[in-house]
Design a protein around this ligand. Sequence first.
Ligand code: SF4
Ligand code: SF4
Length: 172
Amino acid sequence: MPSDIVPGRSCGNCTLCCKVLSIPELQKPRGAVCVHCDWRKGCKTYAQRPMPCRAFDCSYLLSPGLGEEWKPTTSHFVLGYVAEADIVLVFTDPDHAHAWRQEPYYSRIKRWAAPSDIGGYVVVWESARTLVLSGADEFDLGELRDDQTIVREEQPGPAGKKVVFYAADGRT
Ligand code: SF4
Ligand code: SF4
């Protein structure tokens, strides 16, 4: 186990990332349990799992600042983080698509949406649709495909520059 895992934490009986993440190598869509998953036990092909599975540790495992209520088996969503752009990723369980809007989660997630010098926004896969939270704003990008990317753009407006987000074809 990598040394950056919070001491005492492990996946245990959680296998939620094997449901909520998209794994293109396996043609596995977001929100469907992977065919290789032994639900609540683990991966049946652990030694052969593809790179995205090997590379992923959720924020619950990596962030000592998140309490036990953030364990995906309790929260019903999985958190990721893109440090280079200060982007928080929220992958919801379609069976509990709005759990992230409940407390104690929502107010904390909204704080993460405060813009920073390098980005500072939150992307939520809420069942089929994708949302971007930025400051007080919520952008509904609809059904974002794996071959699309999220574009952040500053646009001029009567009250000065305004940041908008939209989906565009092609990966960056
Ligand atoms: S969501 Fe996190 S705790 Fe759950 S199986 Fe995946 S990495 Fe482990
Ligand atoms: S290959 Fe294994 S680790 Fe990867 S999504 Fe499927 S069950 Fe999970």
